[in-house]
Structure formats: structure tokens, C-alpha cells
Design a protein around this ligand. Structure first.
Ligand code: GDP
Length: 348
């Protein structure tokens, strides 16, 4: 049984015959073809099994682009803020990738005409590459491929990457875990907005922006946010994140947001936080990938997948602890593994 499992291999998968990721596609990509870049992103979206192979090729070309997650509830103006920031970022001599994983975003099509026109103007700029990611399974679950799309844009040579997502679910938090900095956008007039956020997003935010500062209630929201952060950061012994106000639609306040963002970027680069985060993500990628491969092998050896539903049913019905079963399965696998090793040793 071990040899059957071994045949599957745990190394990087070799290219499948039907893989859209051909040598020609890579050559075009590294020569700067936008079409090839778009095709690679489609590949990570639709063919997750190709991700190890694609990462393997990309990693030597990751040049240290800074990824900024822009999050907040739908409708607060994230896309408008992002468009305003994007203009400033390219004026500042940076190239820019934009990934929109918010299903209501103008970048993903759920927009008012005026917004969409503004976004399209950005998309014509050769220094900008905009990509919207499909929401998964049609229920608003957001694409876990977004971090890989960011890798592709970084290897494509873009040095700032903005990732827009609605900050309301766990998947969005996971997507944001690949961001080096997180800008949380809120708007006045929705009293319970802070409570409605997914737990963890306030803590994860490096900067908070109250957008729509041209509307009533801005001052009281600013005040309550500053109050909230003062208390929590005093308890944590860390400085509170900056809380800014802007009216993206009037293009007011965004110079300050851009300045603050660039200051934060300099800080994370100078303090080493940027590099620590990359290393932590790499360590996580290694451990979770090994865990996945081990689980594949383990469950095949112990035939767990086939018997698990019946085992769960029996344990639940009889209100029994799962630990005797876990111990039995683990010791069976250990014996089989030891036998396999001895068998191999003898045949050599
Ligand atoms: P998103 O869903 O968070 O990306 O929000 P959008 O950027 O699509 O904006 C939602 C709506 O709010 C659109 O109609 C925008 O024109 C409008 N909007 C965006 N920024 C502002 C602002 O600063 N003030 C006002 N009054 N409206 C804004």
C-alpha cells in the first residue's frame, strides 16, 4: 500500500498535459505581455493544482512589492478611495497592480457608470494592471487565489499592489493575511458599523479611513474610533493606528492618506517588519503544504476517507470519544510504515 501511495509522490507536480501554463506563456510573461499575465492569474484561479508549479517559477522573480489590503463593508467607497490612491501612487513613480475581490466593486462590475468610467481610465495606463477575481461558488465567498495573483503581479514587475476586499468574512481576513499593510475604510452614519465588522479586522488594520467625510456624522465616527483605538492600544501597549478622514468622491483628504500610507511602507521596510512577515508566510506555506501531503498519504494508508462518515456516525450516535479510534488508526499507520521501510531495506 505504501508503494501505491509513494507513486503519487510528494514532490512538486510535473506539468499536466492539459496545463495552460506552457513554456511559451512563461516566455511571454517575462517579456511583459499583459495577456500572459492575465492568463497566469486565470490559471491560479481555475487550476489550484498548478499553484505549486507556478509559485516555483515566480519566487526568484519576487522583487519585494508592497501589498496593501483595502477593506471595509460594501458601499463605503473602497473603490473610489482606491482609484484616488492609485492615481497618486503612479504619480509618485510607482507601478501598480490592483486586485479587486469585492463582488460589489466597480472593478468587478457591480458599479455605477461614473465609477466604472473612472476605473477604466486607470486601466488604460500602462503602469497599472487591474484584475478582478471571481467570487467563488456564487455565494460571495472570495477567491483564495488572490495572494497568488499578487505574486504574479509582483513578478510581472509591479511594485505596489492594492487588494480590495469586503471586510466581513473569514475568507477576506485570510486573503488579507498576505497584505503587508491594511487600510480599513468606513463611512459615517452607520452607527453599528464597528460592531458589524468581522472580529479581528479592527485589530489587523494599520490605518483607518473614514470616507464620505462630506456627509453628516463624520466627526462622531472619528471620535468613537479614536476612543476605541486609544483604549485597545493602551491595553496592548502599542501606538494606535492613524484614523484619517477623506471625501474620495471630491478627491479631498487623499493626499494625507497617500502620505501616511507611504510613511507606513517606509516604516515596515526600515524596521524589518516587511521581511519578517514574508518569512512567516513562507514558513506557513511550508508547514501547511507538508501537512496537506502527510494527510493525503496518511488518509490513503489508513483508508480514513472511506470509513470516516460511518465512524463519525457511530461515535456520535453512541456518544463515544473519538480518541480510541484516533490511537488505533495512528498505530496501524505506524506499523504499516515500519513494514514498508523494512521491506524496502530488504529489497535493496
Ligand atoms: P465600495 O463598495 O466600498 O467599493 O464603494 P464604492 O467606491 O463603489 O462607492 C459606493 C458609492 O459611494 C458610490 O456611489 C460612490 O460614488 C459613493 N462615494 C464614494 N466615495 C464617496 C464620498 O467620499 N462621498 C460621498 N458622498 N459618496 C461617495
Amino acid at each position: 500500500m505504501i508503494s501505491a501511495v509513494k507513486k503519487k509522490g510528494i514532490g512538486l507536480k510535473t506539468k499536466l498535459p492539459s496545463s495552460p501554463v506552457t513554456a511559451g506563456l512563461w516566455a511571454d510573461f517575462f517579456q511583459g505581455s499583459r495577456l500572459a499575465c492575465a492568463r497566469l492569474i486565470t490559471a491560479v484561479e481555475n487550476r489550484p493544482e498548478l499553484i505549486p508549479e507556478i509559485r516555483h517559477r515566480l519566487i526568484p522573480h519576487l522583487s519585494g512589492a508592497v501589498r496593501v489590503g483595502i477593506t471595509g463593508p460594501p458601499g463605503v467607497g473602497k473603490s473610489t478611495v482606491m482609484a484616488g490612491l492609485a492615481r497618486r501612487i503612479i504619480q509618485d513613480s510607482h507601478s501598480l497592480g490592483i486586485i479587486a475581490v469585492d463582488p460589489s466593486s466597480p472593478f468587478t462590475g457591480g458599479a455605477f457608470l461614473g465609477d466604472r468610467v473612472r476605473m477604466q481610465a486607470l486601466d488604460q495606463d500602462p503602469r497599472v494592471f487591474i484584475r478582478s477575481m471571481a467570487s467563488r461558488e456564487g455565494h460571495g465567498g472570495l477567491s483564495p487565489a488572490a495572494p497568488h495573483a499578487a505574486d504574479i503581479l509582483e513578478a510581472f514587475g509591479l511594485d505596489r499592489i492594492l487588494i480590495e476586499t469586503v471586510g466581513v468574512g473569514q475568507v477576506e481576513l485570510d486573503v488579507l493575511s498576505c497584505a503587508d499593510l491594511i487600510l480599513l475604510v468606513l463611512q459615517p452614519g452607520t452607527g453599528d458599523v464597528i460592531q458589524s465588522l468581522k472580529a479581528g479586522i479592527l485589530e489587523a488594520a494599520d490605518m483607518i479611513l473614514v470616507n464620505k467625510a462630506d456627509t453628516a456624522g463624520t466627526d462622531s465616527l472619528l471620535e468613537s474610533l479614536r476612543f476605541t483605538f486609544d483604549i485597545s492600544s493602551r491595553a496592548a501597549g502599542t501606538p494606535p493606528p492613524p484614523v484619517l478622514a477623506a471625501s474620495a468622491i471630491q478627491d479631498r483628504g487623499l493626499d494625507e492618506v497617500h502620505r501616511e500610507l507611504e510613511q507606513r511602507i517606509r516604516d515596515i521596510l526600515q524596521t524589518g517588519r516587511f521581511h519578517q512577515k514574508k518569512r512567516a508566510l513562507l514558513a506557513k506555506e511550508i508547514t501547511s503544504s507538508i501537512r496537506e501531503h502527510l494527510w493525503d498519504q496518511f488518509s490513503a494508508l489508513a483508508k480514513i476517507r472511506e470509513e470516516l462518515p460511518a465512524v463519525v456516525e457511530r461515535l456520535a450516535r453512541k456518544r463515544q470519544s473519538p480518541y480510541p479510534y484516533i490511537r488505533k488508526v495512528c498505530s496501524q499507520v505506524r506499523i504499516q510504515y515500519a513494514k514498508g521501510r523494512t521491506g524496502r531495506g530488504q529489497s535493496q
